[in-house]
Structure formats: structure tokens, C-alpha cells
Design a binder for this molecule. Structure first.
Ligand code: ZN
Ligand code: ZN
Length: 122
């Protein structure tokens, strides 16, 4: 598991690894979801300046296509916290799926990282 995957998991995403991109979706209310795509070129670390796309999908039950929204306040906030996480998170040495907190050095399962940051370092 890569750092970016761990970060996305800690934010509540389901993560899919594609050949060149890391793709992740996070369900929202009312049939909407965040759809995030990070251009990683298959590398374990996200390259500097990698393209990150965050948008909201609107799911339609009867259609294969989905409408999407690329701009908006909630997207900006999601993008900001994603980039913030990617900048600070470090993978744990030797423990796959764990993240070392950049603030206190404590290692924890990626799913607990967001809560830890909110509780311990607000
Ligand atoms: Zn989409
Ligand atoms: Zn910490």
C-alpha cells in the first residue's frame, strides 16, 4: 500500500489502483460521491506536481453515465484536505497500511489517522 492509498483510506475513500492513476470514491448523501483521481504513474510515492482531480459525481440509477460537478466549496475543501494529508503523511516503516503521524511520530492504522489528527492536533 502506498502513502496516497493510506491517506485516501483514512479519509473514508474506497481506493482502486489503475495502471497510471490512483482512483478513489467516497460516498456522500443523496446519490452523490467524491471522485478523486491522482496521477501517480504507478509509482509508490506521488510525484511532485502530480495532477490531482477531485469532482463530485451525481449517480443516476437508470443511466450508465453520471453527471459531475468540478467546482464548488465542498470540492475545494476536499481538495485542500487531501493535498494537506498528502504533504504530511508518511508511511510507517515495516507496517503496511500504517501511517506515521508527522506531528508526534505515533504510528497507527491509516483508518485512525484522520481522527487522531483531529483529536490530538487541532
Ligand atoms: Zn466521476
Ligand atoms: Zn500525532
Amino acid at each position: 500500500m502506498t502513502t496516497a492509498e493510506a491517506v485516501l483510506l483514512s479519509m473514508g475513500y474506497r481506493v482502486f489502483r489503475e495502471t497510471f492513476d490512483l482512483v478513489a470514491v467516497r460516498k456522500l448523501e443523496d446519490g452523490k460521491r467524491f471522485h478523486t483521481r491522482i496521477e501517480a504513474h504507478g509509482a509508490p510515492a506521488i510525484p511532485r506536481g502530480a495532477e490531482v482531480d477531485v469532482h463530485i459525481d451525481y449517480m443516476h440509477e437508470r443511466s450508465h453515465n453520471h453527471g459531475s460537478l468540478a467546482e464548488g466549496g465542498s470540492i475545494a475543501i476536499e481538495m485542500e484536505s487531501l493535498l494537506d494529508f498528502l504533504a504530511v503523511a508518511k508511511p510507517s516503516r515495516g507496517k503496511p497500511g500504517f501511517i506515521a503521524c508527522p506531528t508526534c511520530g505515533k504510528e497507527m492504522a491509516s483508518a485512525l489517522f484522520e481522527t487522531h489528527r483531529k483529536m490530538s492536533h487541532r
